[in-house]
Design a protein around this ligand. Structure first.
Ligand code: PMP
Length: 449
């Protein structure tokens, strides 16, 4: 088997990563920032990384360690870090002069491309983060349906706002028992009043969804779901299930929202909705739409989006919404994704990586399945493909986590949590998947020892 040494991507000897500068930085940062970071999930204890630079598929920390990055900023990087085409466009956006809190020509230009690319998008509004886009989608759905309750799927993540910050407690669930896993807030400070508005169902179980619709008739206004659970091993909905969800929403007068913050402009030009051939009423985008520049969007069928109709309708906006830098970056990113074959190439490379990894896991007698889409795939150490988050409980996620936490010492950077997918971007195409698989093999061999 070829070894990763041919790539020359280790700035420090294999398996002996030095994090002295990062640890010093962490001590310093913790005096001015809670946990020394700007997002709680970026705090990895004494393994917390402070980035010096990122380019292509590579990332360097302040100790000089170099990694092939499979986190890609939790998904936004679809072309590569520091893509010169997108950066040039962003600079052109900068020339407008900054944030004016007025409209510009760029907004319609980007909206028109989105409408062209995504089946369910007839009208668009921009936002600055996925969380904001999802919050607005929920507000639009509630205004349209006149009902405040909504349904989410176990294992879903929809952003940093109280309505959706409810997590399925799979760690404490008894798979043999009769009870479903419990729902708990993501940490403290989330008003319990929000709990009463959320119903949660297991993915790929249309009967449970219909039962909930019947039980809560008149209270549920929306189903909010990711067709591929981007924060839960990329466990994917089955096509027949999504069709059932669509049909049930129509029957019960419930607005169907696809949260495509992770899948959008990644799993296909038209997102997961195009891949599955199931069109939602509303959908949200963020990450890949501008290759990492901060911008998000809410789109949907006109009759839903027209709820945003002045001060008597749904309110939406914000000081920085429609910022010209993000818009210009989105315009160029979307143009590239629309006019080139890059998404197919990314998927092909992801498939090839999966094949190589599969050989490694098989050689080490590790039962495994790949989930999701080759451009954002989960690795689950279990025999059978998962149906829902509940199947995570019976996967060997401890082994996965040990592998994922050791890989950075060998120059590969996935998220240190089995529920976060591996992301692929155009810049990965210049790397040999078999070299990457060889490194994974070395790490597993070491863990086994
Ligand atoms: N929806 C999904 C599916 C996400 O994965 C995320 C973020 N990981 C969000 C919404 C929130 O997006 P943001 O972090 O940009 O607020």
């Amino acid at each position: 088997m070829p070894t990763a040494s041919g790539l020359g991507y280790r700035a420090v000897p294999r398996g002996t990563r030095i994090l002295t500068a990062s640890r010093q930085q962490h001590d310093r940062a913790a005096r001015s920032l809670p946990l020394g970071v700007s997002d709680t999930y970026r705090h990895w204890g004494d393994q917390t990384i402070y980035v010096k630079r990122a380019k292509g598929a590579w990332l360097w920390d302040i100790d000089g360690n170099r990694y092939i990055d499979f986190r890609l900023g939790w998904g936004p990087i679809i072309l590569g870090y520091g893509d010169e085409r997108v950066d040039r466009a962003a600079k052109r956006g900068m020339e407008l002069g900054g944030s004016t809190a007025l409209a510009s020509e760029l907004e319609a230009a980007v909206a028109e491309i989105m409408i062209e690319m995504v089946p369910g998008v007839e009208l668009v509004r921009f936002a600055n983060s996925g969380s904001e886009a999802v919050a607005t989608a929920l507000r639009v759905a509630r205004a349209y349906s006149g009902r405040d309750g909504f349904v989410m799927v176990e294992g879903a993540f929809h952003g940093m706002f109280d309505s959706v910050l409810w997590r399925t407690q799979m760690e404490s669930w008894n798979p043999g028992g009769a009870q479903p896993p419990e729902l708990a807030p993501f940490g403290r400070g989330i008003p319990t009043a929000h709990r009463d508005l959320v119903g949660v169902v297991s993915l790929n179980d249309a009967e449970a969804l219909e039962a909930l619709f019947k039980q809560e008739a008149g209270r549920i206004g929306a189903v909010l779901m990711e067709p591929i659970l981007g924060n839960c091993c990329a466990i994917a909905a089955r096509q027949d299930y999504l069709r059932d969800v669509r049909r049930l929403c129509d029957e019960y007068g419930i607005v169907l929202i696809f949260d495509e913050v992770k899948t959008g402009f990644r799993v296909g030009r038209g997102g997961a909705q195009e891949l599955y051939g199931v069109t939602p009423d509303l959908c949200t985008f963020a990450k890949a739409m501008a290759n990492g520049y901060p911008i998000a969007a809410l789109g949907g069928r006109a009759k839903f989006m027209e709820q945003i109709s002045g001060f008597d309708g749904v309110l939406h906006g914000g000081t920085f919404t429609g910022h010209p830098i993000g818009l210009a970056a989105a315009q160029e990113t979307l143009r590239i994704l629309r006019d080139t074959d890059v998404l197919r190439q990314v998927a092909d490379w992801g498939n090839e990586l999966q094949e190589q990894l599969s050989r490694v896991f098989t050689d080490h007698d590790i039962p495994h399945v790949f989930t999701g889409h080759p451009s954002m795939f989960g690795i689950m150490f279990r025999e059978e493909p998962p149906k829902s988050y509940r199947d995570w409980a019976s996967s060997d996620h401890d082994l996965y986590d040990r592998m994922a936490r050791r890989l950075p010492d060998f120059g590969l950077l996935p998220e240190p949590d089995s529920r976060e997918p591996w992301f692929v971007c155009e810049s990965h195409l210049s790397l040999d998947p078999s070299d990457i698989a060889a490194t994974v093999s070395d790490v597993i061999a070491e863990l086994r020892r």
